[in-house]
Design a protein around this ligand. Sequence first.
Ligand SMILES: [Zn+2]
Length: 313
Amino acid sequence: MFPSGTGVPAANMAEVEETCRAALLEARRGLWQSQAVISFVAFLFGVVIGSFLNVCIHRLPQHESVVTPSSRCPKCGAPIRAIDNIPVVSYLLLGGRCRDCHNRISLLYPAVELLSGAMFVACYRQFGVTLAGAKWALFCSMLLVLIFTDFHERILPNRVNYFGLAAGLALSPFLPASDGLAQWILNGRMNLAAPEWSVALADAALGALFAGGLLWLFAEGYFRLRGREGMGLGDVKMMLMAGAFLGVRQAIAMLMVGSILGSVAGAIAVWGFGKGRDYELPFGSFLGIAGIFLIFLGSPLLHWYLSVTGLGH
Ligand SMILES: [Zn+2]
């Protein structure tokens, strides 16, 4: 531990090392404890946000306000008391039934709250308590809403897509997606020394245009070939929003992973569950799952892909 000749007697050496080791262990335990505490706070915060996301999921497709009126039982219309509106806890205490009409409350309510809590913990673990963590928590929250509105009603509300597109573009100069395409075009091809914030904004705009444009071409091509709509404009707008957050490369990865998930689910729906070939898949749900998957597992996946294909060298 100490180079010879530092004047530390050999007998004390073991003692010094022991003290160091104990201090290191103590510091590690402290770090672990504070991480656990912050994770728990992030979870609670995510669960509370999840309760608001539930409101968005059920009201946005109906074009209703997400602020007023206060929550009501979807079966009997009775206003939900504050004490019965505690995320997850109230569901368990009430045994999953409305206090007034005793009808079953959908398991999706607590599920969305728990998923939201888990996403917030994952954002904290991945990005720390940072503005970037907040940005990705916002993105994941919007994807969670879209996953469930598309699944329930085959609707991807414009209010989420447009708000997300605006937020993605507005946040990009401060929290860049670091895609590299705009840098390559501006500095490499056009020899322009553009300021960093404008490169980041260009990356977000390119991401939106590329991802939205690509999906629009697919939708248009499918329509021309089959004479009926394979996916709506909602999916295109969703990819505009996602592209603004992710940049070109990650947005294309999201499209690819989403398409694979959708194809597998489509095959299962047709052959496994006997759905007709005109069964409309919630493609936006699969895009959303792909987006969340990429945020948390994107870089390991990209490294693996690059090493397997040899593109990384
Ligand atoms: Zn009720």
